[in-house]
Design a protein around this ligand. Structure first.
Ligand SMILES: NC(=O)c1ccc[n+]([C@@H]2O[C@H](COP(=O)([O-])OP(=O)(O)OC[C@H]3O[C@@H](n4cnc5c(N)ncnc54)[C@H](OP(=O)(O)O)[C@@H]3O)[C@@H](O)[C@H]2O)c1
Length: 373
């Protein structure tokens, strides 16, 4: 008896999508799980098809019309690796509404449109998976949603953005200032020409929203997550790591501390959700303090298991592409959406969201950085 293949359409063959396509073209036998349907590459949408052909993508698979690819009756699964809000959001929505499954690496779309997309999957029975959206190649969302399902999660915190971790590591190691390390990160391809989403913490906010959904069963609005540390004037400080100075880093270093952009969410006793993405003064010898460069690290505190930690490459086309492929294999095996076993989202809109409360340390710039362990 032959098993019908799952036909896959990829939208956006850039850093991540190119790796997904390459895997199909170079090692397709590995994309036929022994306990699931074979996966076949049916089409690729790219904005500039000539550039894609020059990059080795077969012309017969290419279209410049992503909506036409989503509308094809012979496509079963859409991989969205184009990024950004629109038209990525509309393409994902159209695919789910048409009953197709979707794998996306797009943390922005999931964090900003999660409630709508989750409701759509429940209506249509489509599957939506997004392991690559948080932690790149680190298996993180699946373990939280599935393997920790019998535990009560109290807190999730982590270094979720490799660009800012690279910058803070370089500032502490070399005593250099913010502008200098940002220029270097851009030259090395770790930071984009417009670094706002990374350095202001917005990328990490999107990832924290996704982690909160899996840990607590609620979609919190990204704009409710605090991304500014306090200041000695009592006013909110500057966003993300943009206000961190070489003097702050040196003063904290003299006390055995180092700054890391830590994203934290936890359930408060009154059932509010606390959520912040702020530069945090952690002991230099702690696991977060020793998590250097572009690595990511996430710690989950749960009962009864205790603390569980994940660390590894949080970005990079090959690592994120592998996470996308793993999601495809999961769909081929008949598994459901990424939130599968996680607590179901109910009444999320009414739950108060406030910054994480705790002890802070004043720095020379006037910033008050939370103290972490
Ligand atoms: N890079 C990573 O390490 C990483 C890790 C985890 C998750 N992600 C996520 O993965 C997604 C893709 O990131 P990336 O780094 O691969 O981005 P990228 O290199 O910019 O690739 C996106 C590709 O999509 C194409 N595209 C844009 N609009 C399109 C449209 N309307 N139709 C068809 N193609 C279109 C782009 O073409 P143009 O270049 O011509 O615009 C580009 O080739 C993002 O959501 C990102 O957050 C990335």
């Amino acid at each position: 008896m032959s098993i019908l293949p799952l036909r896959v359409g990829v939208i956006g063959a850039g850093t991540v999508g190119r790796e997904v396509v390459r895997s199909f073209l170079e090692r397709s036998p590995r994309l036929a799980p022994s306990d699931g349907r074979p996966l076949v590459l049916a089409g690729i949408a790219e904005k500039f098809t000539e550039r894609a052909i020059a990059n080795g993508i077969p012309a017969e698979l290419l279209t410049d019309d992503a909506f036409a690819l989503v509308g094809r009756d012979d496509v079963d699964v859409i991989v969205e690796t184009m990024g950004g809000d629109e038209p990525a959001h509309s393409l994902v929505r159209a695919a789910l509404a048409a009953g197709r499954h979707v794998v996306t690496a797009n943390k922005h779309v999931i964090a900003h449109h999660g409630p709508e997309l989750e409701a759509l999957t429940r209506e249509t029975g489509s599957v939506l998976r997004f392991e690559a959206a948080v932690g790149g190649g680190i298996p993180l969302l699946g373990p939280i949603a599935q393997d920790l399902a019998a535990n009560r999660i109290a807190r999730v915190r982590g270094i979720l953005n490799g660009t800012t971790n690279y910058m803070l590591t370089a500032m502490a190691r070399d005593g250099r200032d913010y502008a200098d390390v940002l220029r270097e990160a851009q030259a090395k391809g770790y930071a984009e020409a417009d670094p706002t989403a990374d350095v202001e913490g917005l990328d990490a906010v999107n990832k924290l929203v996704i982690l909160a959904r899996l840990a607590f069963g609620l979609w919190i609005p990204p704009e409710a997550v605090s991304n500014c540390a306090g200041s000695t004037s009592g006013k909110p400080g500057t966003p993300g790591i943009t206000g961190v100075t070489a003097e702050d880093v040196a003063a904290l270093g003299a006390e055995g501390r180092t700054l890391r952009l830590i994203a934290t969410t936890r359930l408060a006793e009154d059932c509010a959700i606390e959520a912040s993405v702020v530069p945090t003064a952690v002991p230099a010898g702690s696991p977060f303090g020793r998590c250097n460069g572009v690595l990511n690290r996430v710690e989950v505190d749960a009962e009864p298991v205790g603390r569980v930690a994940f660390e590894g490459p949080g970005a990079g086309g090959a690592a994120a592409g592998a996470a996308v492929l793993s999601d495809l294999v999961s769909i081929a095996r008949g598994l459901g959406s990424t939130w599968g076993g996680a607590v179901r989202a109910e009444g999320g809109a009414d739950v108060p969201v406030r910054p994480v409360d705790g002890e802070c340390v004043a720095a020379p710039s006037g910033a008050c950085y939370p103290v972490g362990d």
